[in-house]
Ligand binder design. Structure first.
Ligand code: FAD
Length: 127
């Protein structure tokens, strides 16, 4: 990968830029009138493949629970299991990726049921 300040890599030695995968695990996603959603509250990392869903579902549930008058605590209660399932999925994916020796193996070993069970680990109410 080229250096970010020189996308064509001209005039510089090309080098890899390692970027660590870091999950966010907070005991509480809100305090007072401030609430976090998405990566800021519960980043699962790119290897979950679920970060966008977590962010959008989180925004939907937070808005819905606030509209019900139940507050941000209810938002976290409803989301907690879903977030944990998808953060766990990321750890499993990361471990599998470390053990892979080729792309074909990655395709053959892909377990869509495992992904689907994390992706659907929440009952979404009609708010
Ligand atoms: C390489 C990579 C691959 C990924 N692949 C997938 C994938 O295949 N599927 C998937 O579902 N997810 C994937 N993700 C994760 C997904 O991109 C994130 O989980 C998702 O974008 C989180 O949404 P968000 O709204 O919480 O945060 P973000 O999308 O990061 O939005 C936060 C916004 O806040 C802005 N911001 C930050 N600080 C300030 C400030 N002080 N003032 C104003 N604005 C500010 C930022 O500029 C940004 O626009 C991937 C992520 C990466 C890095």
């Amino acid at each position: 990968m080229a250096h970010p300040r020189d996308p064509r890599g001209h005039g510089r030695r090309r080098r890899l830029l390692p970027d660590p995968m870091t999950q966010v695990r907070l005991p509480a996603w809100s305090r007072g009138r401030v609430a976090l959603v998405g990566d800021a509250a519960y980043c699962a990392t790119a290897v979950s493949g679920q970060g966008t869903s977590l962010a959008m579902v989180g925004a939907y549930v937070l808005a819905g629970e606030l509209a019900r008058g139940l507050g941000a605590g209810a938002y976290q209660d409803r989301m907690q299991h879903y977030v944990e399932a998808n953060q766990h999925l990321a750890l499993v994916n990361a471990e599998r990726t470390r053990q892979l020796t080729g792309a074909q193996e990655a395709v053959e070993g892909f377990d869509e049921h495992w992904v689907a069970s994390a992706a659907t680990a929440i009952d979404l109410p009609e708010y």
